[in-house]
Design a protein around this ligand. Structure first.
Ligand SMILES: [Zn+2]
Ligand SMILES: [Zn+2]
Ligand SMILES: [Zn+2]
Length: 271
């Protein structure tokens, strides 16, 4: 599986749209991997996760041939993950001669509510509830409940392409017990986990809607205890907030020797 991080910031971007804090000023000055845009990822060439307003920028910057994308899974309706108006561009006359003229879109209850008005013959939108399983020709995708935006029915996704599997856990606080139970009871062994790291090295209670490194270390330990991850599993930190997280090199230093990769826009994980 080829897994590409297209956007790795939280809602406001990093540097944030209007911010002049020292983290944002440094990110603007240094550029490169320090510049993060809103959350999005691509699995292989045809399964997209989330649809932020930065989508076009991602496709241009990283050479994504978006007309080949068959599936879109949206985690929840926060605007760094769901800018539904973009779906209106997936049909004539905005889009022509697409290799995949039909895009199948799946989302949480809240995301479905925002995206459904943009459904058309070319955009088929379905709502997912926690523990729903979507069987596609190339993938098996399981929706699991996130600890985030409860009214939305926010989801994290377990994505299996028949060879490898990834748990994409954005946005969520410390995993819910039902998530640990589901993974254990179904004998899932993960090849990669992408953890929500909005809080970096700052404390956040397990009841919060995001995680920091300390929470992530404990999630990983519990997954290990349950046999859901092993020594081969890749662990990635992602979804960073400018107000808390430092620049890429400092983040990498913070977790050096702890077995974590730090995502950046454009980072490709060959799993
Ligand atoms: Zn987010
Ligand atoms: Zn800032
Ligand atoms: Zn969110």
């Amino acid at each position: 599986m080829k897994f590409t991080y297209l956007g790795t910031s939280s809602v406001e971007g990093f540097p944030a749209v209007f911010c002049n804090c020292k983290n944002c000023a440094a990110a603007r000055r240094l550029g490169g991997v320090n510049v993060r845009t809103r959350t999005q990822a691509l699995v292989n060439e045809d399964l997209l996760i989330d649809l932020p307003a930065d989508t076009l920028h991602h496709f241009l910057q990283f050479g994504v041939e978006a007309h080949k994308i068959k599936y879109l899974f949206v985690t929840h309706s926060h605007k760094d993950h769901c800018y539904p108006q973009e779906l209106g561009c997936h049909r004539h006359p905005c889009a022509k001669e697409m290799e995949q003229p039909v895009l199948r879109v799946f989302g949480s209850h809240g995301a479905y509510g925002l995206m459904a008005p943009f459904a058309s013959d070319n955009v088929v939108v379905s709502e997912l509830k926690p523990f729903d399983v979507v069987e596609l020709a190339e993938y098996r995708v399981t929706a699991l409940p996130a600890r985030h935006m409860e009214k939305d029915g926010a989801l994290i996704y377990l994505i299996d392409d028949g060879e490898k599997n990834v748990l994409y856990a954005h946005d969520t606080g410390y995993f819910l017990d039902e998530v640990f139970d589901y993974l254990r009871d179904n004998g899932i062994v993960l090849d990669m986990v992408s953890y929500d790291c909005a809080y970096g090295d700052k404390f956040v209670a397990d009841t919060g809607g995001h995680m920091g490194i300390e929470n992530i270390v404990r999630v990983r330990a519990r997954l290990l205890e349950l046999g859901v991850v092993n020594e081969e599993t890749i662990h990635v930190l992602n979804h960073f907030s400018h107000g808390i997280n430092p620049l890429q090199s400092r983040l990498e230093k913070l977790v050096r020797g702890q077995g974590f990769c730090v995502a950046y826009d454009g980072r490709v994980m060959e799993i």
